[in-house]
Design a protein around this ligand. Structure first.
Ligand code: F6R
Length: 242
């Protein structure tokens, strides 16, 4: 694990922007694994700025998002497809048919998960997977005690995760109870992983992820077993390291 310590969220976004831009330049057909949530928003802004300055192109890139709520229409402002369109895709030159988000509105979500997994493998696998981390150490929507062997699957969301995400909805009742997510095994097959963590609320969990045992109770701890992981975290997020 390489740990890059930065001062604050802005510096985290700058550094992540540099790393992803370098990947886009290096690879002929980059396959990006993308995350939603608050953490990567700054990174996406940096990528848009670099694109507008003519420094990078997404023309030959494809993308696979980690997760989506079950039962969510693509054009619902709370869907992760909508988030990606608004925060990144519509501002850059990535052809929309090269972008993929699990089909939350599928009539058979389990089947849609299998197809998603196959599509990632058919694309040659993910070159670099961007991850945020939940307060409980979840990655994607892989909540504590999800088996490390899981591939893309349907999950019941933890109450704590629903509460954390309720800020985007009118009320807690409106937060979906299920999601589709790449599994830990899917994430671990990525050639490279970039985990972004900001803020003191995640400091205790991040210390466990980096220095604790590898355990399904702390999903992100599995990253210790991956050969090519970079963690970019700010001082606040790294404040509980021993
Ligand atoms: C989002 C995702 C989640 C988030 C995590 C952190 O696609 O998979 O695991 O990365 O919940 O969310 P934020 O960044 O909002 O703290």
């Amino acid at each position: 694990m390489e740990i890059i310590k930065v001062k604050d969220y802005d510096a985290l976004s700058d550094k992540a922007g540099e790393l992803i831009a370098a990947k886009l330049k290096e690879l002929k057909k980059p396959v990006l694994g993308l995350a939603t949530g608050s953490t990567p928003e700054g990174l996406y802004q940096r990528l848009i700025e670099k694109y507008k300055r003519g420094e990078i192109t997404f023309k030959h890139a494809s993308s696979y998002n980690l997760d989506e709520y079950v039962g969510m229409k693509k054009d619902d402002p709370n869907s992760y497809r909508y988030y990606m369109n608004e925060k990144l895709f519509k501002h850059v030159d990535i052809p929309l048919d090269q972008t993929h988000v699990p089909a939350g509105d599928a009539t058979n979500p389990e089947e849609a998960c299998k197809k998603y997994e196959q599509a990632i493998q058919a694309a040659g696998g993910i070159d670099i997977q961007i991850l945020g981390m939940g307060l409980n150490g979840h990655i994607g929507f892989n909540e504590p005690n999800t088996p490390f062997t899981a591939e893309t699957h349907v999950v019941d969301l933890d109450e704590s995760t629903r509460k954390a995400n309720a800020r985007f909805f009118a009320s807690l009742d409106d937060v979906p109870t299920q999601a589709m997510t790449m599994g830990i095994a899917t994430i671990m097959r990525s050639k490279e992983i970039l985990l972004l963590v900001s803020g003191d609320s995640k400091a205790e969990t991040l210390a466990k992820v980096i220095q604790g045992n590898v355990t399904e109770a702390v999903p992100a701890s599995v990253l210790q077993n991956h050969p090519h992981v970079t963690i970019i975290a700010d001082e606040a997020a790294l404040s509980k390291l021993n």
